[in-house]
Design a protein around this ligand. Structure first.
Ligand SMILES: O=c1ccn([C@@H]2O[C@H](COP(=O)(O)OP(=O)(O)O[C@H]3O[C@H](CO)[C@@H](O)[C@H](O)[C@H]3O)[C@@H](O)[C@H]2O)c(=O)[nH]1
Length: 485
């Protein structure tokens, strides 16, 4: 029962300044605000500029120009919006100068956060709770300094969180950070069945340099998360139950996913860093179940050679396709990375766009398969839409996510079994995925429909994510009462 004298909880939220993190953060903010929280949402200035620049020029966009949550507030939610410097000038290219940018997030960003939290702490209602991305290295320092409930939001599978959490075990057993990492299966991580080292996150597979800036962030962030009061995860209890239960022995952890754009959110809170091309008209002209959607997310880079092999492979397969090729997908100043004449050859068959509204595209009945880099949001969105996956992991958690999709849940195939990829293999894998009359295609399709049912169910009133979310809110309130004495 709601106690009216209870102070309204107010959380300040810091999203990691990358597309794949901002999207779930925004939707978590909306979910919390719909459940009685006052939210102060903080984006870096750079993310803010990207979002506002990519908006179509409409009256709504003008409204949203300084405040992406203006529409949400008009609908009655108490979400305030602030921006913060990430320490770099606006024109600094954060994608091309990735490591320098990450050094800034590691060493400089916390002082900006500290200053901002100090300023807003005593506004009305006072800030009582910090919700920050698990990859930030300063959360416990800020929470301790300002006596805030410390909530870590994890935007990847709990399997990945667990592996980072137990980095000490991987080291001790020689699967990480040894002269010559062990190649045999890893069978000692609590809640994780034996798996191959090739399925570890890319940073933990490294042997040459394990002091890169991302490694240093990982070492610090996954020690820091051990001091969080609560860990909230964009995953689903039914999909990762053993792993979640094991980690729950260590810390309170809540699977509340999928944290998705609902109808309300998609229309009123812009989150895209690039302008979205409208693919709907084109999709309407295609037969149901005939189009392959291809995207490598917002962050990873692909080599020109791989783009060329995929391009020829898609042509050889003969399927229709939409391919999202963001301007910086190849890590160089080179903009002509497609084979000469490719765009003429695909006329009437394929559509290439720099960015789109992914959920709108993959929920269209014309879409039959998704060639993906295995970003966690893309996987959840694809399951939600009942679309099987063709997996081409590039970086970070994507290798571990691939294992879940292909080996554990059997809702997808590997694009290639070993690198370098070839156009012949690309074509044959696309055909295997897209021809659902075949036994394999049929099995993938049935499995993904089953998981789709689980995902849809989890957000109903009796569903696990809904229950976990309510439990989380109750536990935060109890913790707050304890803190306020
Ligand atoms: O044209 C596009 C392409 C993508 N998206 C959206 O962008 C997000 C992309 O997220 P994700 O699929 O997770 O990929 P990344 O952007 O690469 O995400 C980063 O963050 C994820 C969550 O932490 C990690 O799993 C990834 O490995 C990491 O690269 C999704 O919500 C997509 O719907 C669009 O809206 N339009």
């Amino acid at each position: 029962m709601e106690n009216n004298d209870e102070q309204k909880p107010r959380a300040i939220m810091f999203a990691y300044p990358l597309q794949g993190h901002v999207i779930p953060f925004v939707h978590l903010a909306l979910k919390l605000a719909s459940n009685g929280f006052t939210i102060t949402f903080v984006n870096t200035l750079s993310i803010h500029h990207h979002i506002t620049k990519s908006q179509p020029t409409t009256a709504d966009a003008d409204n949203n120009n300084n405040d992406i949550f203006a529409g949400a507030r008009n609908s009655g939610l108490d979400i305030r919006y602030m921006t913060i410097s990430d320490g770099f000038p606006p024109k600094f290219d954060r994608s091309l100068n990735h490591d320098q940018f990450m050094e800034g997030l590691l060493h400089v960003f916390s002082s900006h956060v500290d200053e901002l939290v100090g300023k807003v702490l005593h506004s009305d209602p006072p800030v009582t709770c910090l919700i920050s991305d698990t990859f930030f290295v300063w959360s416990s320092m800020i929470a301790d300094k300002y006596n805030l409930v410390n909530v870590s939001f994890w935007t990847e599978p709990v399997l990945v969180l667990t592996l980072y959490y137990h980095l000490d075990l991987l080291r001790k057993n020689g699967h990480f950070a040894s002269q010559d990492n062990r190649k045999d299966p890893i069978d000692y991580i609590p809640g994780v069945r034996a798996f191959e080292p090739k399925d570890l996150m890319s940073y933990l597979q490294a042997t040459d340099n394990i002091s890169t800036v991302v490694h240093r962030i990982i070492y610090k962030a996954f020690e820091d998360v051990k001091r969080a009061d609560f860990i909230v995860c964009n995953t689903i209890q039914e999909l990762e139950s053993e792993t979640i239960s094991a980690l729950q022995q260590k810390q309170p952890i809540y699977a509340i996913g999928p944290v998705f754009p609902t109808g309300l959110a998609t229309t009123i809170v812009p989150t895209s860093l690039w302008s979205e091309s409208d693919c709907t008209q084109w999709l309407h002209t295609r037969p149901n179940g005939s189009v392959l959607y291809i995207s490598f997310g917002s962050y990873a880079h692909v080599s020109k050679q791989e783009i060329v092999e995929i391009a020829y492979g898609v042509l050889l397969s003969g399927v229709s396709f939409i391919w999202v090729l963001r301007p910086d997908v190849v890590k160089s100043d080179e903009t002509d990375f497609l084979p000469v004449g490719f765009e003429d050859e695909i006329k009437g068959k394929g559509l290439i766009v720099p960015w789109c509204h992914q959920m709108a595209v993959i929920s269209h009945p014309a879409i039959e398969g998704f060639l993906t880099h295995c970003g966690w949001n893309s996987i959840l969105e694809s399951i939600w839409c009942g679309v099987p996956l063709l997996c081409f992991p590039l970086l970070t958690d994507q290798f571990t996510n691939r294992k879940l999709v292909v080996d554990d849940w059997r809702i997808g195939l590997n694009l290639c079994d070993q690198k370098p990829i070839t156009r012949q293999e690309v074509a044959s894998k696309i055909n295997l995925l897209m021809i659902t009359e075949d036994q394999l295609g049929d099995e993938l399709w049935k499995n993904v429909k089953e998981l789709q049912g689980i995902l849809k169910n989890t957000l109903t009133a009796d569903g696990s994510s809904e229950k976990n979310f309510n439990q989380f809110i109750n536990d935060v309130k109890i913790k707050l009462q304890g803190k306020l004495g």
